[in-house]
Design a protein around this ligand. Structure first.
Ligand code: FAD
Length: 323
């Protein structure tokens, strides 16, 4: 059964988030040969349309408005409701990001539609589309089939590969004018807590520190290793609670859920709540003084040792490889 599927593109600091391209790839599988329409919402965002087409969108609908410069649930909700009314899609794909997690259930409820959230894989089998999603904090996976009606999907970053860029692809770009009104929230200014750098939830490499890092300064060698690897720094709740780093770095059940290609856990014991946020990383390296630490049970490579000796050694070796 072919479907018309729309996917919402997210822009952060003026660039398309990678998960927006992954959402297009997901939409393609769900559409089963039907049309994939990418949607750009914001102020002055049309310039990103060609990139969406190059990554597989058949068409792009742009909704621009001064009131859409920053995300608000009311503003984006009104914009997307107008797109849904105009396009009448059978599927809507979001990234499983703060925005996607906030907006998709709100719209799904309004439209009396189903929602499959935090999808990590999508496959076509016997004409049906199967969605795989983690349950019980990542300890098990369930596969869901959705029959008929409008479906909302959120896809976890770094799990569904984006289609390779093809600048020869062409597609129509249209604008939809929407009257944004009655906003209950007005965003005056966005002040970022964390330093600029690689976005933790989309990072391919994460170097994470726990209570074993011992101080704010203790995170410096981890940041150096992350910089050499082009990655981001994350943390356990133990490190955040101890005041060594900001809570925006927290990974786990009550923090961010990440799936990088490489996760290096330094001085993290491996509590179940931490594993819930990182155990699906493709390769896990654990550095811990305690050979019995639980983190070694999920690690592909374990280094029993002092992180303050091991991490600088790794940084030096990776630097040599880069030369
Ligand atoms: P610790 O458990 O204290 O471990 C520190 C580790 O560092 C030890 O294994 C030690 O051997 C090692 N170490 C010490 N010095 C060195 C050194 N020099 N070199 C190498 N290794 C060293 N936790 C999360 O992380 N994320 C969550 O989202 C989260 N949510 C929670 C939700 C709930 C409802 C609850 C109850 C708890 C939650 N927790 C969460 C907390 C979790 O249970 C653990 O307390 C926390 O993960 C422990 O952090 P840690 O591993 O950094 O610290």
């Amino acid at each position: 059964m072919t479907r018309k599927v729309i996917s919402l593109a997210e822009i952060r600091d003026g660039s398309l988030r990678n998960v927006s391209l992954e959402a297009i790839a997901a939409a393609k599988t769900i559409a089963q040969g039907g049309e994939v329409v990418a949607v750009l919402v914001g102020e002055n965002v049309q310039s990103h349309a060609n990139e969406l087409i190059a990554h597989g969108a058949d068409r792009v609908v742009v909704v621009e408005h001064a009131q859409l410069k920053a995300y608000t649930p009311d503003g984006y909700g009104q914009a997307l409701m107008a797109v849904v009314e105009a396009e009448k899609p059978e599927g809507i794909v979001f990234g499983h990001t703060a925005l996607g997690k906030d907006l998709s259930p709100k719209l799904a409820t309004k439209l009396n539609a189903g929602l499959v959230s935090d999808v990590v894989a999508i496959e076509e089998k016997d004409g049906e589309v199967l969605f795989t999603r983690p349950i019980y904090s990542g300890k098990a996976f369930e596969k869901k089939v959705v029959n008929g009606g409008l479906i909302f999907i959120t896809v976890r970053p770094n799990n569904i590969p984006a289609l390779s860029r093809d600048d020869a692809r062409t597609g129509e770009v249209t604008t939809l004018s929407v009257d944004i009104k009655d906003l209950r929230t007005i965003v005056k200014e966005i002040v970022r807590k964390t330093a600029e750098g690689v976005d933790l939830s989309e990072a391919k490499v994460i170097v994470a520190g726990g209570r074993g890092v011992k101080s704010e300064d203790g995170f410096k060698p981890l940041q150096e290793l992350a910089d050499v690897l082009g990655g981001a720094v994350g943390a356990s709740r133990g490190a955040c609670d101890a005041g060594y780093c900001d809570y925006s770095l927290q990974i786990g059940q009550t923090g961010k859920v990440v799936t990088p290609d490489l996760y290096i856990a330094c001085g993290i014991s491996g509590a179940i709540q931490h594993l819930a946020g990182m155990s699906n990383s493709k390769v896990i390296v654990a550095i811990n003084k305690d050979p019995e630490a639980n983190i070694f049970k999920v690690a592909d490579y374990g280094i029993v040792g002092d992180l303050f000796e091991v991490v600088p050694l790794l940084t030096e070796e990776f630097k040599k490889l880069k030369v």
